[in-house]
Design a protein around this ligand. Structure first.
Ligand SMILES: [Zn+2]
Ligand SMILES: [Zn+2]
Length: 405
């Protein structure tokens, strides 16, 4: 859950992912992705104020589609006040400082691999390069393909030096050292679904998700691998059905599919729970699949999947945030001079995270021979060079990029 306050000292006229109170007076707004903890303050009245004052919110194409399907009424002014930014292209955004002076900043959207449409923002100023990751998960092998974060010429791409990194620290914790890649998790999940459906023609699967939105990559994998649609709640369907990337893989007709993600978690956790949309199916024909990482916290041994046959439940380790090892690799690859944890509760946790990040940076530095910069709070050393590659898709799910290598 993001605890980022929304503002960055070097760019005082803008705010990111936090739009309430004083932040609502900013002159430009940036939304990394459409999860509620990054959307605080967005409302009909927020967008109507933007309209009246000629201000804009910037986000990816898919995030704008989400906003349009959430704020259906044209009076929400989404079409006119939300500007989509193409990924991996620099955009110059003008904004106004609190003293009324005009300024501008160059912004690039970088694929974040967290959910469809999720992006990181790279702000390039004369004095600094600032990267805000939002929520993110990128395979380590794919770092060199993040085009906007590299200096590219014809023969090589060199990672840019990041001055300030605002980092998704959801799993900056030794308890969450390593996760299976999303390909591995997804493969295990699809196999579990497929084998259950084969056992008996009446068998159906219920995917227990903890929030209405955020499982889109998982739904896309299931639909692709099993050639079936996913039944979702009516109000979720109303949103998805207006979005081209997901409309074709969900349904609001419960009888038309054996894969369901349509029920509240609390109800489905009860033993003997039935699916509300299919009351004729007896509980022994329902397999509940729980994608989660919390069950694996602090474990030394690791399995992608765990079964509780007595309760007909299958747990799959599935994460849309970077693991500790992935965070370490990211920090050691881009060598930011300063790092700000964006998911931390309270001063003690903030201090613990800052200490960890400093130690991670120093360890990375030990791996290289160059001397540290005097300015560097974390580390700076010589960058390696990498061969450039291309992502297959604007969505940048990690599986797409890895498949292409
Ligand atoms: Zn998120
Ligand atoms: Zn259903």
């Amino acid at each position: 859950m993001s605890t980022f306050q929304g503002t960055v000292g070097e760019i005082p006229g803008i705010c990111i992912d936090e739009f309430q109170g004083e932040n609502s007076k900013s002159s430009a707004f940036f939304l990394s992705h459409c999860h509620s903890d990054h959307m605080a303050g967005l409302s009909f009245s927020f967008f109507s104020k933007l309209k009246k004052s000629n201000r804009y919110l910037y986000c990816s194409h898919i995030s704008k589609s989400f906003l349009k399907s959430i704020y259906l009424d044209s009076s929400a002014n989404i079409e006119s006040q939300v500007i989509e930014l193409a990924v991996d292209e620099p955009h110059i955004i003008d904004y106004t400082l609190s003293d009324g002076n005009k300024s501008s900043v160059t912004v690039s959207c970088v694929p974040a691999g967290h959910c469809p449409g999720s992006v990181m923002f790279l702000f390039t100023l004369k004095c600094a390069r600032i990267l805000y990751t939002g929520d993110f998960r990128i395979n380590v092998e794919d770092f060199s393909r993040l085009r906007s974060l590299h200096f590219n010429d014809k023969t090589q791409c060199i990672p840019l030096t990041i001055d300030k990194l605002y980092l998704d620290t959801t799993f900056l914790n030794p308890k969450f050292r390593k996760f299976p890649s999303r390909i591995e998790s997804s493969k295990a999940l699809c196999e579990a679904v497929e084998s259950w459906l084969k056992v008996h023609p009446n068998n159906i699967v219920h995917i227990e998700i903890s929030a209405n939105y955020g499982s889109e990559f998982l739904f896309m994998d299931l639909a692709k691998n099993l050639s079936a649609r996913i039944h979702v709640k009516d109000r979720v369907y109303d949103v998805y059905s207006k979005m081209e990337f997901i409309a074709g893989i969900v349904t609001n007709k419960p009888q038309s599919t054996r894969i369901h993600a349509c029920m509240n978690k609390m109800h489905s956790m009860q033993d003997g729970a039935q699916l509300k949309c299919r009351p004729e199916v007896s509980p022994q024909h329902i397999l509940t699949i729980v994608p989660s990482v919390m069950r694996w916290a602090g474990r030394k041994t690791f399995a992608v999947i765990e079964r509780d046959d007595a309760r007909r439940r299958v747990y799959v380790c599935y994460s849309t945030h970077a693991s500790l090892l992935e965070l370490e690799s990211f920090v050691q690859y881009f060598k930011p001079k300063e790092i700000f944890p964006c998911v931390c509760n309270g001063k003690d946790e903030k201090k613990r995270m800052e200490d960890m990040l400093r130690e991670i940076g120093e360890r990375g530095q030990d791996c290289h021979d160059s001397p540290p910069s005097k300015k560097s709070k974390i580390m700076i050393s010589q960058h390696k060079t990498f061969t450039p590659g291309a992502f297959k898709s604007q969505l940048l799910s990690d599986e797409e990029s890895s498949d292409s290598s």
